[in-house]
Design a protein. Structure first.
Length: 175
C-alpha cells in the first residue's frame, strides 16, 4: 500500500506541474506569476517520512483555542510555505470533514492522492473525487470542501499563501 501512496504522490506532483503550467514557474521578473523556489539539492521524501503540522484550520474555519478535537487540517510543505508565497503542500483532511462555506484570496489546484473528496459551490453538484482526480478553485469563489473517507489527502498548489475567508455558519454534516 505504501508503494501505491508514493506512486500517487509522484503522479499528483507531475499533474500539479502540468496543471499550473511550466510557464508559471518561468515567469519574467516583475510579473505576477509564481516562480518555483530555488532548490539547493535534489531530494526524495517518502510519504511516511513527511512531517505534518497543524494548519490551524478546522472545518468551521480558524481553530478556536478551546477546540482540542484533533480534527484539524494537517499540512506538509513540499516546497515553499503554505502560509506565504508560492507553495505545493500535501494536505490531509480528517474523515467526515466538511468545511464551512468559505473562499480563498488566490486560485489553487488540488490533486487527490488518497481518499474520496469533493469541492463544490453552494447548490452545485457534489462530485466525489477519488485518488487521481483534481480540481481547480478560483480565488474569491465561495465553496465547500468535504472528505468522505479515511486518509483524504491532496497536493495543493498555489502561487500565494493559503488563507480562508469564512462566508457562512458551520453546520455539522448530515449523514
Amino acid at each position: 500500500m505504501t508503494d501505491g501512496i508514493v506512486r500517487k504522490a509522484q503522479l499528483a506532483a507531475a499533474m500539479a506541474v502540468t496543471l499550473v503550467g511550466a510557464s508559471a514557474w518561468a515567469a519574467e521578473p516583475g510579473t505576477s506569476q509564481a516562480r518555483l523556489p530555488a532548490a539547493t539539492q535534489s531530494l526524495e521524501i517518502p510519504f511516511e517520512d513527511m512531517k505534518f503540522s497543524d494548519s490551524g484550520f478546522a472545518a468551521y474555519g480558524p481553530r478556536r483555542p478551546d477546540d482540542h478535537s484533533g480534527r484539524d487540517i494537517m499540512v506538509s510543505d513540499a516546497y515553499g510555505k503554505v502560509t506565504s508565497g508560492p507553495h505545493a503542500t500535501i494536505t490531509k483532511f480528517p474523515q467526515g470533514f466538511r468545511s464551512v462555506l468559505h473562499s480563498h484570496t488566490g486560485d489553487y489546484y488540488a490533486v487527490v492522492i488518497a481518499g474520496v473528496m469533493a469541492n463544490y459551490r453552494p447548490g452545485g453538484e457534489v462530485k466525489k473525487l477519488s485518488a487521481g482526480s483534481y480540481w481547480f478553485q478560483e480565488g474569491g469563489e465561495a465553496h465547500i470542501t468535504e472528505c468522505f473517507s479515511e486518509n483524504c489527502t491532496v497536493v495543493l498548489v498555489q502561487d500565494v499563501g493559503f488563507d480562508a475567508q469564512i462566508l457562512g455558519k458551520y453546520e455539522e454534516p448530515r449523514r
